[in-house]
Design a protein around this ligand. Structure first.
Ligand SMILES: NC(=O)c1ccc[n+]([C@@H]2O[C@H](COP(=O)([O-])OP(=O)(O)OC[C@H]3O[C@@H](n4cnc5c(N)ncnc54)[C@H](OP(=O)(O)O)[C@@H]3O)[C@@H](O)[C@H]2O)c1
Length: 347
């Protein structure tokens, strides 16, 4: 067993490397500075030289907003997420190596009310979503031995801007914040890495499990519920925030492209095929906040014990009653910086 990971510096790549290191599985991990996916000849050379038993691709172009507003960025997004995947798929086919490729719930249009199944028709509406969908298609065409794992929004200590901006904005605006009114299932990148590891171990045992699978943390939430969960956890570590929280007011803003109304995924197929259970996101949120506030971690963030799951459900019930929700038709702030500094309320 020897894995090759593309996208070593991605938040998911970092978590995967941590897990692989813990399990002492042999692996190599490459990022842009070692190998540019857009140089297919270099890709062939590198993969042939390393000669892995499986290739895991978690590299991506991921700036949704830039890809939507800047034609040059959209082109780059398309190249990396489509042509880059083609290069990997071809070398995997040539060398008869299975490829595990990470994709996104943004291949859907977000109009479905329930969580998305693998059989639901893809209909991406933004540049990033389209590029991920084209990447999936090229992989299916080029490499028979493939697994596509789609997840919803990932968070981790490696990409903690969302958490930092949320906390700062809440403090600066005396508890008045704005979030986009979307439904999703935020997932700790460490949890997604756990799922990848579960898959590749079974592929290593010659399981014929090729195809597309969905995974995200259990229990989809609206973004205001997620934000409330994060702020309540943060308040346990932050006395200033704790004083502000009782006057918290969350304004809901309309969802606009590149974001979609509902990106939550149904993870029953991955459970049925691989026995991979959904974990709670609660432990992951706590871990990111502990990192931000410099609290020493006792254990890894993604153990997902049943105790953590129960805690998450209880919190859900508590938090929804605490914040005041207001709908508004004002312009939305960026998703990577969800709470607007100055929320304009509807009169
Ligand atoms: N983040 C999310 O919310 C989310 C949600 C659903 C699915 N996903 C999927 O999960 C996977 C990992 O996402 P992530 O958020 O962890 O990614 P990320 O942190 O944005 O990192 C992407 C990585 O890809 C590398 N990369 C970009 N262009 C490359 C190229 N031409 N050649 C080689 N490497 C290149 C980047 O290297 P540089 O840093 O050097 O540019 C970076 O390390 C992706 O497939 C993504 O689509 C992510």
């Amino acid at each position: 067993m020897k894995f090759l990971v593309f996208g070593a510096n991605s938040q998911l790549g970092q978590e995967l490397i941590r897990l692989l290191t813990d399990t002492e599985i042999e692996f190599s991990a490459l990022d842009t500075d070692q190998l540019d996916l857009l140089k297919p000849k270099e890709v062939v050379k590198a993969v042939s030289r390393i000669n892995p038993t499986q290739l895991i691709n978690v590299s991506t172009y991921s700036n949704l907003q830039k890809a939507e507003s800047d034609p040059q960025a959209a082109k780059r997004c398309d190249l990396i997420n489509t042509d880059g995947v083609t290069a990997l798929a071809r070398v995997c086919k040539q060398l008869n190596i299975p490829i595990i490729h990470h994709s996104s719930s943004y291949v859907f249009d977000g109009l479905k009310k329930e969580t998305y199944d693998e059989e639901d028709e893809a209909n991406p509406v933004c540049s990033y979503g389209k590029s991920k969908w084209y990447g999936e298609r090229t992989l299916r065409e080029e490499a028979e031995k493939h697994i596509i794992l789609r997840t919803d929004w990932l968070f981790s200590a490696h990409r903690n801007k969302y958490f930092l901006n949320l906390i700062d904005s809440c403090k600066e605006n005396a508890g008045k914040i704005s979030v986009v009114d979307n439904r999703f299932s935020p997932t700790h990148a460490g949890d997604a890495a756990r799922v990848i590891l579960g898959i590749v171990k079974q592929v290593d045992c010659n399981a014929e499990v090729w195809g597309t699978y969905h995974y995200n943390a259990m229990q989809a939430v609206n973004q205001d519920q997620f934000v409330l969960h994060v702020l309540e956890e943060a308040a346990k570590l932050d006395a200033v925030l704790d004083k502000i929280l009782p006057s918290l007011e969350i304004e809901l803003l309309p969802v606009e492209r590149p974001y979609i109304q509902n990106s939550a995924l149904n993870a029953s197929k991955i459970m049925g095929t691989f026995g991979i259970k959904q974990h709670s996101r609660g432990a992951g949120i706590t871990a990111v906040l502990e990192e931000i506030y410099g609290v020493k971690k006792e254990k890894p963030p993604v153990q997902g014990s049943s105790a953590a799951i129960t805690g998450d459900n209880e919190r859900q019930a508590r938090t929804t009653t605490r914040a005041k929700r207001k709908k508004t038709s004002t312009k939305k702030p960026s998703q990577s910086k969800p709470p607007a500094k100055k929320a304009v309320k509807q009169k």
